[in-house]
Design a protein around this ligand. Structure first.
Ligand SMILES: Nc1ncnc2c1ncn2[C@@H]1O[C@H](COP(=O)(O)OP(=O)(O)OP(=O)(O)O)[C@@H](O)[C@H]1O
Length: 479
């Protein structure tokens, strides 16, 4: 505990850490806590599960205890579940302070949130979209005097992924004071450094763990080369194997779309596996319930989209299975980082089809190590192949009978409305674009056809000339 004291933390905070099993600061904490206490902006890049959350929560709590007022700190994070997890860390470590926190995320009652914000909590933990909505629509709270702004999973907040936070971030950044301490953390900061520096303008202290390999040592990283059609059978086989071989087991399976996530969950349940799904098309209450039941081991398997790829800290997860190879190495690093956390062991298995081999090479290059092959008895997989594929098809048909696709369409329309676009106009624009694309394609094909015809004519003429020459030559020879 002395080591925490050397970093400048107060004894009440050190005692609080001890109570939750945090006895010795790890590297990111050793390196980032002192400069934060000195008042510097900080960018911290450390491997998954290395304790980055406490690296910002502890110094913020210390500063809050010295000069408490609300709203003292704003934490932004990309997913709703992560916001709740961070709030829990603040609550547990800040208990002696009587810390008041407030979670502002989408999918929850906006009026209740507005009331909570008006009560000036010490710490607000938010996803950007919902907080920006509150800033736009309400004048009952102010974040003009906050002392700390934290961007957890900062690179995700600043990149333009499928959920683009940049517009909401602009709204938020223009509502917070220029005089503030900005703390940016992630396991993958380096490719967004320029954008990050524009947020942390106060000569930030930058700390990155120096290890060559970007994933944790305790993680056993494997791949299985599989044909696309056999993937599900491999998944069922792997889960069955872990269930048979381990008493206490817990697996996270990542897949690429909400629909796939839903179907895989239905399919695994048909095989009586204790699985539950987590994706963005579920209602928020269902999302929390799914995660809660997985955390408490009621369900041993969580099938998720990348909504669960970052930050979630579930110590019991021993295995991560990538049902699809992630398109970006960064996503791979976060997904597999859901296991082997805080010094524990873990295994990650990625199912790779022949079309994904280049993705694996990109991943290996980024993480600086080669994935090893995971040995599977192919015969065992082939034995269940037909049954698995038939079950999947049945689940697909079942899902088609529900309003899943319709809901997806409605969600898309809602998103367009939130972005200030007219869904009907967008649909028209999309249809027109499609039409133009088709016309262009037809035109291109027509040109290619014409060119080909011309080439054929030239070739035919050449051939004719050649034959003529040969005939003449033959005639001469006969003479
Ligand atoms: N010094 C410490 N000693 C032991 N355990 C710690 C220490 N600091 C944090 N932990 C624990 O380590 C686990 C992982 O921490 P945390 O969730 O902050 O990781 P992270 O670096 O933010 O990971 P990710 O990049 O996946 O978000 C948590 O359960 C946390 O309580």
């Amino acid at each position: 505990m002395e080591e925490f004291a050397k970093l400048g933390l107060s004894s009440w905070l050190i005692e609080q850490c001890r109570q939750v099993g945090i006895c010795k600061p790890n590297l990111v904490q050793q390196n980032c806590i002192p400069p934060i206490l000195e008042g510097r902006d900080c960018m911290g890049c450390a491997k998954t599960g290395s304790g980055k959350t406490a690296a910002f929560v502890l110094p913020i709590l210390q500063k809050l205890s010295e000069d408490p007022f609300g709203i003292f700190c704003l934490v932004l994070t990309p997913t709703r579940e992560l916001a709740y997890q961070i709030a829990e860390q603040f609550r547990v470590l800040g208990k002696p302070l009587g810390l008041k926190d407030c979670i502002i995320v989408g999918g929850m009652d906006m009026v209740a949130q507005a009331l909570e914000l008006a009560r000036k909590p010490h710490v607000v933990i938010a996803t950007p979209g919902r907080l920006a909505d509150h800033i736009r629509s309400s004048n009952t709270f102010s974040i003009k005097k906050i002392r700390f702004l934290v961007l957890d999973e900062a690179d995700r907040l600043l990149e333009q992924g499928c959920t683009d936070f940049t517009q909401d971030l602009q709204v938020i950044l223009s509502a917070v004071p220029a005089q503030r301490q900005t703390l940016l953390f992630s396991a993958t900061l380096t490719d967004t450094l320029q954008e990050l520096k524009s947020v942390a303008m106060n000569k930030p202290f930058f700390w990155e763990s120096t290890s060559e390999v970007r994933t944790v040592e305790q993680l056993d990283q494997r791949y299985i080369l599989v044909p696309e059609k056999v993937k599900d059978a491999y998944l069922v086989h792997l889960i069955q194997k872990f269930q048979d071989e381990h008493e206490d087991w817990s697996i996270m399976v990542f897949t690429n779309t909400c629909k796939n996530c839903q179907i895989l969950n239905m399919m695994l349940r048909e095989f009586n596996f204790p699985s539950v799904a987590l994706h963005s098309m579920l209602k928020q209450k269902q999302r929390f319930a799914a995660l809660g039941k997985f955390k408490s081991s009621v369900f041993k398997i969580l099938i998720a989209t990348d909504v669960a790829a970052r930050g979630l800290d579930i110590p019991t997860v021993q295995v991560v299975i990538n049902h699809n190879t992630p398109g970006l190495p960064k996503i791979y690093i976060h997904r597999v980082g859901r296991t082997a956390r805080a010094g524990r062991n873990g295994t990650a298995i990625t199912l790779v089809t022949q079309y994904d081999i280049h993705l694996v090479h990109a991943i290996e290059e980024q993480i600086n190590m080669k994935l090893k092959e995971f040995g599977v008895k192919e015969k065992d997989v082939l034995q269940i192949l037909t049954q698995v594929n038939v079950t999947r098809r049945e689940c697909e048909i079942k899902l088609e009978c529900t309003d899943f696709d319709e809901k997806k369409e409605i969600n898309k329309r809602k998103q367009l409305i939130l972005e200030g676009k007219d869904p009907d106009l967008e649909a028209k624009r999309k249809a027109e674009l499609e039409k133009i694309k088709k016309q262009k394609k037809k035109f291109k094909e027509h040109i290619q056809e014409t060119m080909q015809k011309k080439r054929d004519v030239v070739v035919r003429r050449k051939l004719q000339k050649k034959r003529l020459r040969q005939k003449k030559k033959a005639a001469k020879m006969q003479q």
